[in-house]
Design a binder for this molecule. Sequence first.
Ligand code: ZN
Length: 157
Amino acid sequence: MNKIKHIRRKFLKLLGMTFISSIVLPYNLLLAITKKIINPNLSDEQKKIMLEESTERAYTSPLNNENRKGFFHCANCGAKLFSSEAKFDSGTGWPSFSEALPGAFKTKIDYSYGMKRIEYHCANCGVHHGHVFDDGPKSTQKRFCNNGLCLFFKPAD
Ligand SMILES: [Zn+2]
């Protein structure tokens, strides 16, 4: 009698665990992909970078030569990400910044192409923007290497 009770309890416990994991697992998967397309006018190339972590060709962004005072925003959701004060010419061919505005990004370790790089995503909409390296200017040592296609510039009034 006791043995049956024991087996029954074990079975119920297992059932409970399966039930919980069937809820928790898809929830975790959802958390891993929380990128939301907000701007319906994004080009295929922009979507490829933002959603699949692709990279635009170097020296193709007009923002490389943007030197006015103002702010750089997320091309998907419009969030303010960088001040023109932090922009510098890194010579890499991508818009580069020594620091982001507080809370603008979330980072993730990216192991693709046999390298360990820190990838960053817009904290508001979750789309990929670029990678951050430790070889930036003296003030911060950081170099945010951003795809120009993920940004738009709004000059200060
Ligand atoms: Zn965004």
